[in-house]
Every structure is written in C-alpha cells, then in structure tokens.
Design a protein around this ligand. Structure first.
Ligand code: SAM
Ligand code: DTB
Ligand code: SF4
Length: 363
C-alpha cells in the first residue's frame, strides 16, 4: 500500500478542491461500494463527571457545562436503546463512557454483559471507554465486541494544547492493546480546535502509520460547547471538513471514513460532498453522546435523495478469540501516564466553573 509523508499529506489537503474530491472519489470507488453507507448509533452508557481535561469535552467534570450526568445505565435500558437503533436502520451500536480508563470490577463486568447482550441482537458492537489494557481488550473481544474506538484526536504536537492528563503515547498504547486483543480499531480525531493544516496532516500521518491501518476513522468537527475551554471556537468551515475527509480517504484507502460530530451544522449538500469525497459512515440518532445530531428521519430523507443504502452487519468473526485467554490473564495492570503539563485555557475554564458553582451554592 502506498505510504505518504507528512508533506505529501499536506500537499494532498491543499490540492484545488475539485481535484482533491475527484482523486478521493476514485480511491473510494476502488475499495468501497459508493452506494453504501454504514450507520452506527451512539449510546452514552455513563455520562459526565470525567476526571480528564480534554479541552473539547463537555463531559469533563472540571468544566461547567449543562449536560445531564448519568451513572452507568442499567443493562435493560442499553439493550432497549440498541433495539430501537436497529429498528431504525443502524447496523452498529457504540457504547461510550466518560471514563479515563477501564477499571476492573463491577462496572467492567456490567459492560461485558452489555456487549454480550448487544451481540445477541445481531448488531456490530463497538465501545469507547477510555484507555484499556490488553487483557481487557481480550475480554471485550471474547464477550463479542467487534470494534474499539479510541481517538488520537489531533497531531502529537497540538495534542499538548488540548489535553494534559494523558499523553499521546498512552493513546497509542491503548490502540496497540486493542489490536493485540484482536479487536478492530476505530480511531480518528477532531478538526476545528485551533490546529493548523500541518496538525491535521500530522494526525493523519500517525493514523496511517498504524499497522494495520485502522478499520474505521471518525472525523469529527468540533462541537463547541459552552463552559469548555473551546467554547469560543468558530464553526469549522464545511470546506475544511470535505478536505479532511478526502485526504483521509486517499491516505487510508481501505478504512471506513466516518463523517462524525458536526453534522447539525452541515446542509445535506455539504454532507453529499463528504460522501463523494469518501465518507462512508455516519452516526445516527438525535444525539451523539451529549450534543445534538440530525435525527434518523432527516438522514433517511438525505439517503433517499443521494441514493445511499445503509449496510448490513459485517460477517461475524468473533469466534477466533477463545484461545488467547491464559497468556493474557497473567498480565500486569498497565501504568498510564499523567503528563501534568499546564494548559492555560483549560485551567481558566476550570476556575471559571468553580466560581460559577460557588455563586450557585450561595444563591
Ligand atoms: N472517554 C472516552 C475517551 O476519551 O476515549 C470515550 C468518550 S470520548 C467523548 C470519545 C471522543 O469523542 C473523543 O476522543 C473526541 O474525539 C470526541 N469528542 C468529544 N467531545 C467532542 C466535541 N465537543 N466535539 C467533537 N468531538 C468530540
Ligand atoms: C467519535 O469519534 N465521535 C463520537 C464517538 N467517536 C464516540 C463522539 C462525538 C461526541 C461529540 C460530543 C458529544 O456529543 O458529547
Ligand atoms: Fe473524559 Fe473522554 Fe471527555 Fe476526555 S473525551 S474528558 S476522557 S469523556
């Protein structure tokens, strides 16, 4: 497979737009059926109260956002939500938890039970639970998990401006653990956080250098949520989203490129350009994890206009995980890092939130 240097990725990104879309569409047609779209539904199984300081995230406990927090949802609720998603045309559910990492114990056992229950619904199952160890990846795979989502989010350079409580290496280590557990990798990032084109290319370089490349790459446009350090960021131009999707498609020809957060700000015409440029997946439903998303009805109308058909569940290949257990059971717990550098705008957002909480308590 052709590999691209960072400069080559930048040059692709900066091609005249029509040329870029044309090249991406060609690559797309070589490896994918352009009339198909993969549809996933997110279920936020544990919402808010996260100890991390990801500057974009409304679920970080240290910022002051108006999201509704939730402890781990009951099994029946999750299964019920997944059933509804399936009825509405999703072939995959992705359970998200506002955790730094997966901790052994009650909650993890409950998540494993949810994975078992969801795979019995004959849907693909994905999780995004923060950092995981190899043995946790194996246990998730044994329970029937197909994909694990863990984003690099941005380039290694710009990462230090966004998150201080976990390092880029921790993220790469989790992706390595996901692979060792025989799970499929879903990893991408966010644009519109103030990063440069070089950073966008840097992130694509890091993703494309993973071996094998991720099966799925979500491209999120920042949803700037009030109370987070990124609340003032302007809506990312549609043209940037199209360029990012097209460049991702060319650099990682076989991956499923998901047009992820940010679709509420995009017209159907703008999304059509993204599909033309190689996006072949979306998140469905009125909500992502905590922020709005176009509902299924709107998407069904768009698919009908564009002649896109949702894909069925992929062929099941979960049987292969059974043999690995004994080796991994002996493994030590991972030691995740706490880089501890200071990001001024994150500190300010946390202080502002503290002040607001103080005033609220006094009233
Ligand atoms: N806590 C887990 C973790 O960080 O891996 C899983 C959930 S986390 C919310 C999953 C991803 O959602 C993040 O890595 C980020 O790429 C994306 N995300 C979070 N907030 C976002 C926002 N405001 N706009 C766009 N994408 C966002
Ligand atoms: C991904 O890359 N995007 C999804 C999923 N993976 C977990 C999450 C988007 C979250 C947007 C902000 C929110 O709704 O809280
Ligand atoms: Fe926590 Fe994940 Fe949000 Fe970071 S992105 S604050 S780890 S929920």
């Amino acid at each position: 497979m052709e590999t691209y240097s960072k400069q080559e990725i930048i040059d692709l990104y900066n091609l005249p737009l029509m040329e870029l879309i044309y090249r991406a569409a060609q690559v797309h047609r070589e490896h994918h059926d352009p009339s198909k779209i993969q549809v996933s539904t997110l279920i936020s199984i544990k919402t808010g109260g996260c100890p991390e300081d990801c500057g974009y995230c409304p679920q970080a406990a240290r910022y002051h956002t108006s999201i509704e927090k939730n402890d781990l949802l009951p099994y029946e609720t999750v299964i019920g939500l997944a059933r509804k998603a399936k009825e509405k045309g999703s072939s995959r559910v992705c359970m998200g938890a506002a955790w730094r990492n997966v901790k052994e114990g009650d909650d993890f056992e409950k998540v494993l039970k949810m994975v078992r229950g969801l795979s019995e619904l004959d849907m693909e199952v994905c999780c995004t639970l923060g950092m995981i160890t190899e043995s946790q990846a194996v246990r998730l795979a044994e329970a029937g998990l197909h994909y694990y989502n863990h984003n690099l989010d941005t380039s290694e350079d710009y990462y230090k401006e966004v998150i201080s409580t976990r390092g880029y290496d921790d993220r790469l280590k989790t992706l390595d653990n996901v692979r060792k557990g025989s799970l499929k990798v879903c990893s991408g990032g966010i644009i519109g956080m103030g990063e440069s084109i070089e950073d966008r290319a840097g992130m694509l370089l890091s993703l494309s250098k993973l071996h094998p490349q991720p099966e799925s790459v979500p491209i999120n446009a920042l949803v700037a949520v009030e109370g987070t350090p990124m609340e003032e960021q302007e809506i990312v131009p549609v043209w940037d989203v199209v360029r990012m999707i097209a460049t991702t498609r060319i650099v990682m020809p076989k991956t499923t490129v998901r047009l992820s957060a940010g679709r509420t700000e995009m017209s159907a015409e703008a999304q059509a350009l993204c599909f033309m440029a190689g996006a072949s997946s979306i998140f469905a439903g009125e909500k992502l994890l905590t922020t709005p998303n176009p509902g299924e009805d709107k998407d069904a109308e768009m698919f009908s206009i564009l002649g896109l058909t949702p894909t069925e569940k992929e062929k099941d290949d979960t049987g292969k995980f059974k043999i690995r257990r004994s080796r991994v059971e002996a493994e030590e717990q991972e030691k995740w890092s706490r880089p501890g550098h200071r990001i001024e705008k994150n500190v300010q957002a946390a202080e502002k939130a503290k002040e607001i909480r103080k005033v609220q308590r006094q009233n």
